[in-house]
Write a new protein. Structure first.
Length: 568
């Protein structure tokens, strides 16, 4: 008898980088993620589908990522990127052959075959449409695709309700255009949430709605949260700083403040809850399954047989080495063996499936309730950071599709079948380190927020001044809204904090800020001649996401008047 359910919730996101630089920072972020993660994932899901495996999976594609994955120029550059990888692998076969190092020859041929297969699949099997292939899998009922804020703006730190509304309205409109339906669930950027609060606006006390109010207003029924926001207590897992990927870099540069531990809520991540005073459900990340992958200390990706991410061939840039051992210096890594790694992956997939079954069975035995294990990860962790991870997802789904204990589901599907029967007053926080907003708001990034907030207010003034714009003026205002969204991306402060691409992030932040104010000035000055239109079209080509954006979405809407209660 099935006693509970399981879903992967994969969050896919990269910043806007179309024609904004190439290696090491810029458009090749998209190309690498497509080659390492998105195309292999689609291949694995197609394999399960074609084998008749009744899998289910929840995957989020942020609107700004979706716009880029559907962009013809990026897809053209992706093909060039894959062709170059094939050439590099072929050159390595020829380079290492005369040296007699047949392990490297074997690995170079392995990569040549892999990249050739991915390029052929992209062109032929997926019809050069990554987004369209995800859409097809959703239309066939295998996956749920969730949405997010337009450019992954860090919503709790935005100063104006108009910007929060604009981020979500633009994101939902993009989703409808690409997937032909309304989204049912949303991944809040960085799982960042804040409740409603009182604020004084022009001498009047008003309430700024909690994030759930905006989510409900968009017709969305579900969002996801970090573990400690649901269960109470101290941050755990990724929020506590034990994580793979770019989040590792943060604690090396800062002494992190930790969110104060709270009393346990007696709530659980095995159930969804309505967020207090809203018809919106929240589902918390299961920490035990999360850390089985996320943990930099004991997660699967650290197994010695798996491919080493950080060491690359000095000529081709390909990965020929394995993790090899704990604390083994990069200079002493041994060669990677795909066959051994695949066998190791199979063992880890079986172990994870048993873990899910045990967790579901234990929860059911204690509470006599049908619960869900929601395992949430950044999609790019699989394939990119953990090379074997995409195959691991496939095999976990294969195992659990045969389970007599666990039912595979999508997140919204579970909420529809098992609606919440309790409400939760969710506290403020995120899945960033320390469980707070610190990763995006700290001594290195505090200078970024006042310009964002001033741009938000200027956008509101523009909408109020031109309620019925058309022609060139409307194009200018829509471009101003587009630049504001790109300016608000959480990626810029994140990259500054981690130090991974600090100068690049600062440059991109300043470029979008400058473009916003240039366009706003043109609109305010009434410059609507042919030269202005040509200049605006040039900006539209460079920063082109969200073609159906409507500047009216950024109209002033700050809070609601507070009515003083009558004292009896």
């Amino acid at each position: 008898m099935q006693r509970g359910a399981f879903t992967f919730v994969l969050h896919s996101h990269l910043p806007y980088c179309r024609i904004a630089g190439r290696w090491p920072h810029g458009e090749e972020w998209i190309h690498e993620a497509a080659v390492d993660t998105y195309l292999p994932l689609l291949t694995s899901l197609y394999q399960l589908r074609d084998e008749g495996v009744p899998f289910r999976l929840t995957i989020g594609l942020t609107p700004i990522l979706t716009e880029q994955l559907a962009d013809p120029l990026i897809l053209e550059h992706l093909e060039e990127f894959l062709e170059d990888l094939i050439r590099r692998a072929r050159a390595d076969v020829l380079r290492y052959g005369p040296l007699g190092d047949y392990r490297l020859v074997y690995l170079a041929q392995f990569y040549q075959d892999r990249f050739t297969f991915l390029l052929r699949s992209f062109r032929e099997r997926f019809g050069r449409s990554i987004v369209g292939t995800f859409r097809q899998l959703q239309d066939e009922g295998f996956i749920e695709v969730t949405t997010s804020a337009a450019t992954h703006g860090y919503l709790p730190l935005l100063a104006r309700d108009a910007s929060i509304y604009g981020q979500l309205a633009t994101g939902c409109a993009s989703y409808r255009r690409h997937f032909g339906r309304d989204p049912r669930a949303i991944w809040l950027p960085e799982c960042a949430y804040r409740p409603g609060y009182f604020v004084t606006e022009e001498g009047q006390t008003v309430i700024r709605p909690g994030i759930e109010g905006f989510v409900e207003g968009m017709g969305l029924g579900l969002f996801f949260s970090e573990t400690h926001l649901v269960e109470g207590g101290a941050p755990v897992g990724k929020a506590a700083g034990d994580a793979l990927g770019p989040y590792q870099a943060i604690s090396r540069r800062y002494r992190l403040p930790v969110r104060a531990a709270t009393e346990p809520t007696r709530k659980t991540t095995y159930q969804p809850y309505y967020v207090y005073d809203a018809n919106v459900a929240v589902m918390g990340r299961n920490n035990r399954t999360g850390m089985q992958v996320w943990s930099a200390q004991w997660g699967y990706p650290g197994d010695y047989a798996y491919r080493e991410f950080h060491k690359k061939d000095g000529t081709s840039g390909l990965h020929y080495w394995k993790v090899s051992g704990a604390q083994v210096d990069l200079a002493f890594k041994d060669y990677y063996d795909p066959v051994v790694a695949a066998a190791t992956m199979q063992g880890h997939a079986a172990h994870f499936a048993r873990l899910v079954e045990d967790l579901v069975a234990e929860y059911h035995a204690r509470n006599d309730r049908f619960g869900i294990v929601m395992a949430a990860y950044d999609t790019e962790l699989f394939g990119h950071w953990w090379f074997e991870g995409v195959d691991w997802i496939r095999e976990v789904l294969r195992h659990l599709s045969r389970s007599e204990v666990v039912a595979l589901t999508t997140a919204s599907g579970f909420v529809e079948q098992h609606p919440p029967d309790e409400a939760l007053a969710l506290p403020e926080g995120s899945w960033g380190q320390g469980g707070t907003h610190f990763t995006w708001d700290n001594v290195d990034t505090q200078w970024m927020w006042p310009p964002i907030h001033e741009a938000e207010r200027r956008m509101e003034r523009l909408v109020a001044r031109y309620p019925q714009a058309d022609g060139t003026l409307a194009e200018l205002l829509n471009q101003a809204a587009r630049e504001l969204l790109l300016l608000q991306s959480s990626d810029w402060p994140f990259l500054v904090t981690t130090g991974q691409a600090k100068e690049y992030a600062i440059t991109r932040f300043q470029e979008h800020l400058d473009r916003f104010h240039q366009v706003a000035t043109a609109a305010e000055s009434g410059w609507t001649g042919d030269d202005t239109l040509a200049w605006c079209r040039e900006l539209q080509y460079r920063d082109n996401p969200f073609p159906n954006i409507d500047y009216h979405w950024f109209a002033p809407r700050q809070g609601h008047p507070v009515v003083t209660p009558t004292v009896g």
